[in-house]
Design a protein around this ligand. Sequence first.
Ligand SMILES: Cc1cc2nc3c(=O)[nH]c(=O)nc-3n(C[C@H](O)[C@H](O)[C@H](O)COP(=O)(O)OP(=O)(O)OC[C@H]3O[C@@H](n4cnc5c(N)ncnc54)[C@H](O)[C@@H]3O)c2cc1C
Length: 396
Amino acid sequence: MTVPLFDIPEEILELRGSLRQYVDREVRPTEESHAHEIQETGTFDGAKEERLKLRKRSAELGFWGLHMPEEVGGADLSYLGQVVLHEEVARTGLILAQFESIFPVVTGPTPIYMDCTEEQRDKYLSPLMSGDKVTCFALTEPEAGSDATRIRTRAVKGSNGSWVLSGRKHFITGGESADFALVFAVTDPEKRARGGITAFLVDADMPGYSVTRIQHTMSPYQNPAELTFEDVEVPEENVLGKEGFGFYSAVKGINGARLQIAATALGLAQFFLDRALEYAKSRVAFERPIGANQYVQGMLVDSFAEVEQARLLVYSMADAIDGGADGRREAALAKLVATEMVGRVADRSIQVHGGNGYMTELGLESWYRDVRAMRLYEGTSEILRTNVAKSLGLPE
Ligand SMILES: Cc1cc2nc3c(=O)[nH]c(=O)nc-3n(C[C@H](O)[C@H](O)[C@H](O)COP(=O)(O)OP(=O)(O)OC[C@H]3O[C@@H](n4cnc5c(N)ncnc54)[C@H](O)[C@@H]3O)c2cc1C
């Protein structure tokens, strides 16, 4: 159960209802049919075809591009609408691979692509909107994570006007199967982040582009890749946005992405809490339900209070950005609070389930591992705290 705290507009509620129906009717059965494979192999790899089908269906129904502007076929959904929908899907406890076939995270269309030229829209953005192609966002490198200004991937202009790209990216979500990558490279080493980093659209079949390694993680579903670029010749028309201003494109989608992660964390926390409440009412020990014990009640009440607090914060931050707030502090706060909260709620849920919580059959442990990553990508918790501190006028 949740406490209604926010006046959500009717059209968002309707959209949430249709999304729920879609998940129940079309996504859940697919998930169930793969449950065995997931249990046996610990991955969802064998179901790539299903993911493509699901993604295309989500695009057909309009969910895949909801957050994109109408001029490119999206629905221009408000940030509040986006968080409500992301929360809704996450609270059903679908595995991450399924979740990412309904809403694009970094592998589908993002507002960054609004910098595309007409030709780039046809070639890159349209197939992303229809779900026919997937992309990846290749910024992080072994020596440059939080401090992305230190990237070493270099692009040098050749005599024929094309750019020659060399370098290595790692931890790239969806890197293994991307049809093209959005790659950030240094084009002017003197200026670097101040006009010297450019974004390029790089096709995976361009000579010199290779997926050199799959990087296995704590989660069976999140296996980012290392990408290597060896003298890849990229035509001038594949520069995204203005040369030297790649970071300006990159930050376009960041507030939305942070809010979406916050909402996903929120929905998952509700999922963990709901499972724990059910279990506490039905599991009997010492001849009474375990939920009759105050220690167990304490865990559940603490989780309930934290989820409700986070929901209020995430919704109001989204609403504030819709209302014109700058967004950097709001999105950072929402992601920081919700992703730290879900870790605690997940941990308590496993505790309430006792040994069963630790077993793979229940599926809680795999989400427990997945949510851990949320405090690392799209700004670590420490970087988000730094952003908020700056907004409070603290000395740097
Ligand atoms: C599952 C997963 C998926 C990812 N997907 C992508 C992707 O698709 N594309 C992409 O480009 N990247 C991706 N990343 C990379 C992610 O963005 C980086 O891991 C993140 O930015 C942190 O960089 P780092 O790992 O190099 O850690 P570092 O930057 O080396 O940081 C190490 C520690 O130091 C702390 N720290 C660093 N600087 C400061 C500071 N100034 N103040 C306080 N603390 C600080 C950090 O918070 C962290 O705790 C992904 C990462 C993961 C785990």
